[in-house]
Ligand binder design. Structure first.
Ligand SMILES: Nc1ncnc2c1ncn2[C@@H]1O[C@H](COP(=O)(O)OP(=O)(O)OP(=O)(O)O)[C@@H](O)[C@H]1O
Ligand SMILES: [Mg+2]
Length: 888
C-alpha cells in the first residue's frame, strides 16, 4: 500500500523535474540546485520503492516495519502535496515571461523567487526526513523477512493433478476440442495455453483433459501418450523443484537422478517418447526459458505441453497465438447449474434437489453476484451448505456477499501484487467506477494522464502509453475487453466485480481513494481521492476533505436536493489541490462560479445540466488543464478562451457550443484581441481530440494549427472547412477519426467538387453526415479506412464500385437516408471488399441488394433494419444474414 503512495509521489517528482529541466535551468544556480534536489528526492524515493516492493508484500506483523512503512507513506504524501501546491507557482512563472511589461516583470520575479525559496525550504525538510528514515532503517536493522506470507499463499493454491473427481460444468465442448488437439498426432500445435482470469477454471480444465488423455492405454493406439507429468509452477517458482516433480511423475518409485545430471537426464528420458506435460499456473516467461532446455522440442510426434496462466502473453511466449485457449466466465445457465450441483450435500441421501421458488429467486441473485466466476460460486456454495436451507438464511448470505468476496480476494490479490509498481495505481483507478460500468479506454487513460500516472520516454505519446497499460492489464486478465474498434483497438472494457472489490480494498488500505465520502476524520487527513455517490453526498460531509486531488461522482444517488450557491461556493473554495473533477450531476449554478483558482486542475468532466449554462471564462486560468469534457451537459457554453489554452489535449462536447457570434462580456477581452487581427494566440499544439464543435465557433484556418489532432468532429461544415481539410498538406498527419456534419443542401456541390481526404494516411474512421448526392472518387479517399459511416448523405448513385477497392475497410454502415436509390449491387471477386466484416443498412431506401458470389469474403454480419429489402446474395452471406437480420 505504501508502494502505491510512493509510485504516485515518484511520478509527480518526475514530471516536476522535467518541467524544471525545460523551463528553469537558465534561471540561475539556485534553480539548478532545486532541480538537483528534485532528482535526488526522486532517486531516494525510487530506492525506497524497490526496497518496499518485496517487503510490503511479504512482511506482516513486524511492528518496526509497519512503523517504517507508515513513515515512508506519509513522506510520499507530503512530497505529493508540495509538488501540487508550491511547485505550480514556480512553474507558472515561465509562461508569464514575454507577455508583460517591466513593472509587472519585477513583481513577478519577486514572487517567483519568494515561491522558489519556499519550495526549496520544503524540499530541505523532506530531505531531512528521508535521511532520518534511512538512519532508522540502518540503526534498527529492519531487514527483509523473506516471502513467508507469499509462500504460504502459494502453498495453499498448489494444484495436484489427481485430486478427487469433481463436478465440472460448462466445459464439455472445450474438453472435446482440446482432447482432439492433444490426441491428433498431425495437429501442428505443440502447446496448449489455457489462459484467463483467476478462478475461471484453468486448472480444472487442464486437470480434466490431462486426466482423460494420460489414462488411455498406450498399447492400444499409437496416438496415445507414454509419458506424462504434472508440475505446479506458481509465481515464486523453484526450477529445480519443478524438474524434480516432473521426474517423479515420469518415473515414480525409481532412483532419483543426481542433481548435476537432472536436466540432461530428463531431456534424454523424454527424447523419443510421446509425452504430455502440464505446467500449471506459470506466471512469467523467464520460468519457461529456464525449463525449456530440459524438455526436447522435437521429441516424438504428438508430444504436448499444456500450460495454464493468468497472463496471455506467457501463453503466447510459450506456444504462440495458435496455442491460446482463452477461458470466459460461465454463462448464467452454467453458473446456475454449478451452483445447484454444488449445493447437494454429499451426505444428503435424497434426490430431491429442487428449491422452493423463494429460495431459487434468492439463489439466482447470489449467483449473479458471482459474475460467472466458478471460484466465487464454489466459495458461496460452501458457505451456504453450512446454513439452513431457509430464505432468511440465504438472504443474510446475499447481504453479506462481502464474506465470499474476501475469500476470493486473497487469490485475486496475487495478480495485483504481481503487477509492476507503476501500473498499480492505474489499476486501482478502475475501482473508482461504479459496479458493472462500461469503462471507456479513452476516459480512463485521460484520468491517468491527469494524475500524472503515465510515464513516457522520448517521443512516446501519453495516450499510446496509456493504451499499452490497458493492454498489459488485459493480457494479465485483470480487466476484460468489452468492445474493440474497427482498427482492432480496445474501446471499452469492464472489470469483474471481485477485482473491483480488490481495487477498493487495496485503495482503502493505502488511502489512495475511498469510494464513498463517508470517511472518518482521521483518514480524511490523508485521503486524496473520493468517489461519492453524488455531488450532494459530498457536499453533505460535515468536514470537507482537506487535500482532495480527485473527486469522481457518477450520479448514483436518487437524492433530489439541489446544492445551494453557498454550498458550491464553499465547495470550490476548498478544492485548491484538486486535479481531477468529474461530476455527472452538476448544477447550473456551478457554471456561474469562478473556478479559475483551481490551478492544479488537469481534468474536468461535467454532466447533468439540461438547461443552457455557461462556463466562466476564468477557465483560461487553468494552465494545467488537459481534458475538458462536457459531452454530458445538454447545452454547455464554452468561452472562446479555450482556443488559446495551449496545453489542452482533449476538448469533448456534443455539437459544439462554443460561440463567437454573440459577444458576451466574459469573452469580450478575447474578441478584442482577435479584432487586432492577432489570432496568433490561437494555437493548440497539444490538442488530440476536438469533437464535436460547430464551424461558426472558429475560423477554418485555425484547424491547421491543431497539428497533432487525432480525432476531429465538426458540425455545420462550411465550404472553407472543406477547403482547409482538403489541402494537400493534412492539418494533422495523425488524424485517425473524422466526423463531418452538415445539413445545408448548398454544400452538396462543394463536397462533391472539393472534398479530398486522400492525404490522411492514418485516417481509419470516417463519418459523413449530410447531403452529398454523389460519393467521392477513389483518388479522393483515404486508403486506410477501416470504418465508414454514411448518414443522411442522400446518395443517388451506387457507391459500391468505389468502396469495394478500399483494402482495409472492415465496417460499412448506411444509416438514415444515406442512400436513396432502390437498388444496390456489388459485383466482382474475392479482392472486392477484401476485409469487410460488417455491413449495415438502417432506414435506407434500398429495396434490393445484390452481392455477387465471391465478394466480401470475410463478411460476418449483415444487418438490415427498418425496411424489407430483397436479397440476392450468396449462401454464405444468406446464412449470416438470417442470423443478424433485424427487421425494423
Ligand atoms: N467448470 C467448472 N465446474 C465446476 N467447478 C469449477 C469449474 N471451474 C472452476 N471450478 C472450481 O472453481 C475453483 C477455481 O478453479 P481453478 O483453480 O481451476 O481456477 P484457475 O483459473 O486455475 O485459477 P487461478 O488463476 O487462481 O489458478 C475450483 O474450486 C474449481 O473446483
Ligand atoms: Mg489455477
Amino acid at each position: 500500500m505504501t508502494e502505491v503512495a510512493l509510485t504516485v509521489a515518484i511520478v509527480a517528482l518526475k514530471s516536476a523535474a522535467s518541467v524544471l529541466g525545460n523551463c528553469l535551468a537558465t534561471e540561475g544556480s539556485r534553480l539548478f540546485e532545486l532541480k538537483e534536489q528534485i532528482y535526488w528526492m526522486e532517486s531516494e524515493l525510487a530506492h525506497m520503492q524497490s526496497y518496499l516492493a518485496d517487503l510490503e508484500a511479504n512482511q506482516v506483523g513486524n511492528n518496526r516495519v509497519a512503523a517504517l512503512m507508515n513513515d515512508i507513506r506519509d513522506l510520499a504524501f507530503d512530497v505529493g502535496d508540495i509538488i501540487s501546491t508550491d511547485f505550480p507557482k514556480i512553474a507558472s512563472y515561465e509562461r508569464k515571461k514575454g507577455f508583460i511589461g517591466w513593472p509587472k516583470w519585477v513583481s513577478c520575479s519577486f514572487s517567483f523567487f519568494y515561491n522558489a525559496h519556499n519550495f526549496a525550504k520544503a524540499v530541505e525538510g523532506i530531505k531531512k526526513r528521508v535521511q532520518e528514515i534511512n538512519r532508522r532503517r540502518e540503526t534498527y536493522r529492519i531487514e527483509e523477512n523473506h516471502d513467508r506470507e507469499v509462500r504460504e499463499k502459494w502453498a495453499d493454491r498448489q494444484s495436484k493433478p489427481r485430486d478427487e473427481e469433481q463436478t465440472v460444468v460448462g466445459f464439455d465442448q472445450q474438453i472435446q476440442k482440446l482432447e482432439n488437439i492433444l490426441l491428433d498426432t498431425d495437429a501442428q500445435v505443440r502447446a496448449i495455453s489455457i489462459v484467463g482470469m483467476p478462478g475461471l477454471g484453468k486448472t480444472t480444465l487442464a486437470k480434466k483433459i490431462y486426466h482423460s488423455v494420460r489414462t488411455r492405454n498406450s498399447y492400444n493406439s499409437s496416438s496415445y501418450f507414454n509419458a506424462s507429468a504434472w508440475a505446479y509452477v506458481s509465481g515464486a517458482p523453484n526450477v529445480k523443484e519443478i524438474l524434480r516433480n516432473i521426474e517423479h511423475d515420469l518415473r515414480p518409485g525409481e532412483e532419483k537422478w543426481k542433481d548435476i545430471d537432472l536436466e540432461a537426464e530428463l531431456y534424454s528420458f523424454l527424447n523419443g517418447k510421446r509425452y504430455v506435460i502440464v505446467l500449471d499456473d506459470i506466471w512469467d516467461c523467464k520460468t519457461w526459458d529456464k525449463l525449456k532446455a530440459s524438455i526436447p522440442i522435437n521429441s516424438k510426434k504428438g508430444s504436448r505441453i499444456i500450460i495454464t496462466s493468468r497472463d496471455k502473453n506467457v501463453g503466447i511466449h510459450i506456444g504462440g497465438h495458435n496455442s491460446l485457449h482463452e477461458l470466459q466466465p460461465l454463462s448464467r445457465n452454467d453458473s446456475w447449474d454449478l451452483f445447484s450441483k454444488k449445493l447437494v450435500h454429499p451426505l444428503e441421501y435424497t434426490n430431491d434437489t429442487s428449491l422452493s421458488p423463494g429460495l431459487e429467486a434468492i439463489g439466482k441473485k447470489i449467483v449473479d453476484r458471482c459474475g460467472g466466476m466458478p471460484l466465487a460460486i464454489v466459495v458461496t456454495t460452501s458457505l451456504l451448505s453450512c446454513k439452513e436451507k431457509e430464505e432468511y438464511a440465504w438472504k443474510r448470505v446475499l447481504e453479506r456477499m462481502g464474506q465470499v468476496q474476501n475469500e476470493c480476494l486473497q487469490i485475486l490479490a496475487l495478480s495485483y501484487e504481481d503487477l509492476p509498481a507503476h501500473l498499480k495505481p492505474c489499476f486501482l483507478y478502475f475501482g473508482l467506477y461504479p459496479e458493472d460500468h462500461k469503462i471507456s479506454v479513452d476516459d480512463i487513460v485521460r484520468l491517468w494522464m491527469a494524475e500524472g500516472l503515465i510515464q513516457v520516454s522520448g517521443e512516446e505519446e501519453l495516450e499510446d502509453v496509456g493504451e499499452d497499460y490497458i493492454n498489459h492489464m488485459i493480457a494479465r486478465n485483470l480487466i476484460q475487453v468489452e468492445k474493440r474498434g474497427s482498427n482492432g483497438r480496445v474501446r471499452s472494457c469492464r472489470i469483474h466485480d471481485l477485482f473491483r472489490s480488490l481495487c477498493i480494498l487495496e485503495a482503502r488500505k493505502s488511502n489512495f481513494f475511498h469510494v464513498s465520502s463517508n470517511t472518518s476524520t482521521n483518514s480524511s487527513e490523508r485521503l486524496r481521492r473520493v468517489s461519492p455517490h453524488s455531488l450532494i453526498d459530498y457536499l453533505a460531509l460535515t468536514q470537507p476533505i482537506p487535500k482532495l486531488y480527485a473527486l469522481l461522482s457518477f450520479n448514483q444517488s436518487d437524492c433530489e436536493r439541489e446544492p445551494t450557491r453557498k454550498d458550491l461556493q464553499n465547495f470550490l473554495e476548498d478544492l485548491i489541490y484538486i486535479r481531477v473533477l468529474r461530476i455527472d450531476d452538476i448544477h447550473p449554478v456551478f457554471f456561474s462560479k469562478d473556478f479559475g483558482n483551481l490551478i492544479n486542475l488537469t481534468y474536468l468532466k461535467l454532466g447533468g445540466i439540461s438547461t443552457r449554462a455557461k462556463l466562466p471564462s476564468t477557465i483560461s486560468c487553468l494552465k494545467n488543464l488537459l481534458t475538458l469534457d462536457v459531452r454530458d451537459c445538454r447545452h454547455p457554453i464554452i468561452p472562446n478562451v479555450i482556443w488559446k489554452m495551449k496545453q489542452l489535449r482533449h476538448i469533448l462536447c456534443t455539437y459544439s457550443l462554443c460561440y463567437t457570434t454573440s459577444t458576451p462580456s466574459t469573452t469580450k477581452c478575447w474578441l478584442i484581441n482577435m479584432d487586432k487581427a492577432d489570432p496568433i494566440e490561437v494555437s493548440l499544439p497539444n490538442l488530440r481530440t476536438l469533437c464535436t464543435v460547430k464551424s461558426c465557433d472558429f475560423e477554418a484556418d485555425w484547424l491547421s494549427r491543431f497539428n497533432n489532432l487525432r480525432k476531429l468532429g465538426i458540425h455545420k461544415v462550411t465550404e472553407q472547412i472543406i477547403r482547409v481539410l482538403s489541402d494537400a498538406t493534412p492539418i494533422s498527419h495523425n488524424l485517425e477519426n473524422l466526423r463531418l456534419e452538415w445539413s445545408d443542401q448548398k454544400m452538396k456541390a462543394h463536397v462533391k467538387a472539393n472534398l479530398n481526404l486522400s492525404q490522411y494516411e492514418n485516417l481509419c474512421i470516417l463519418r459523413l453526415h449530410g447531403p452529398m448526392q454523389v460519393f467521392l472518387e477513389k483518388e479522393k479517399l483515404p486508403q486506410n479506412l477501416t470504418k465508414l459511416i454514411f448518414d443522411s448523405t442522400e446518395l443517388e448513385m451506387d457507391p459500391m464500385k468505389v468502396l469495394k477497392k478500399l483494402p482495409k475497410l472492415k465496417i460499412l454502415k448506411f444509416l438514415h437516408r444515406s442512400y436513396i436509390a432502390l437498388r444496390m449491387a456489388c459485383s466482382g471477386g474475392a479482392d472486392d471488399f477484401p476485409q469487410l466484416e460488417e455491413l449495415y443498412f438502417e432506414e435506407t431506401d434500398v429495396e434490393s441488394l445484390i452481392l455477387e458470389e465471391e465478394v466480401m469474403p470475410r463478411l460476418k454480419k449483415l444487418v438490415i433494419k427498418g425496411r424489407d429489402t430483397k436479397l440476392w446474395v450468396p449462401d454464405r452471406i444468406a446464412i449470416i444474414t438470417s442470423l443478424g437480420y433485424l427487421k425494423g
